[in-house]
Design a protein. Structure first.
Length: 133
């Protein structure tokens, strides 16, 4: 009985690992998919994820998750970039070369961190939003 449970636990573990790797490959294979760190309002922790630029919103998926839905949806029409800075000593979870943006949206103030090459595309995407009526 114990051997059967161990085999089932091993099979379950392999299935979870394969599902995680397939999800990650799917997320990173799409056009407009970039690695982006997010720090939600009232949090001190950064989370790494994959962001997709859509027509009217940015979809952010947590990297270490099996969820198929985005954890954050930032509407382009509501998003305003307030401040830009380099990652500092208080941002230990971030690579040294990333740029941190403080953004205001309908969800509140959030921080996004991305590589400089991603920053150019992100700012172009935000600025090209159609006018709100």
């Amino acid at each position: 009985m114990t051997v059967v449970l161990l085999v089932l636990a091993g099979v379950l573990l392999v299935v979870l690992i394969v599902a995680f790797l397939l999800r990650r490959r799917f997320l990173l294979s799409g056009l407009g998919a970039v690695t982006m760190w997010l720090r939600p309002p009232h949090s001190s922790r950064w989370s790494v994820g994959v962001a997709w630029f859509g027509d009217d919103s940015l979809l952010w998926y947590r990297a270490l998750s099996l969820a198929v839905r985005p954890q954050r949806r930032l509407r382009r029409a509501d998003l305003r970039v307030e401040e830009r800075r380099r990652a500092g000593p208080e941002d230990l979870a971030l690579p040294a070369d990333v740029v941190v943006l403080t953004c205001e949206s309908s969800d509140g103030r959030q921080e996004l961190a991305m590589e400089p090459s991603t920053l150019t595309g992100f700012l172009s995407w935000v600025e090209s939003a159609p006018p709100v009526r």
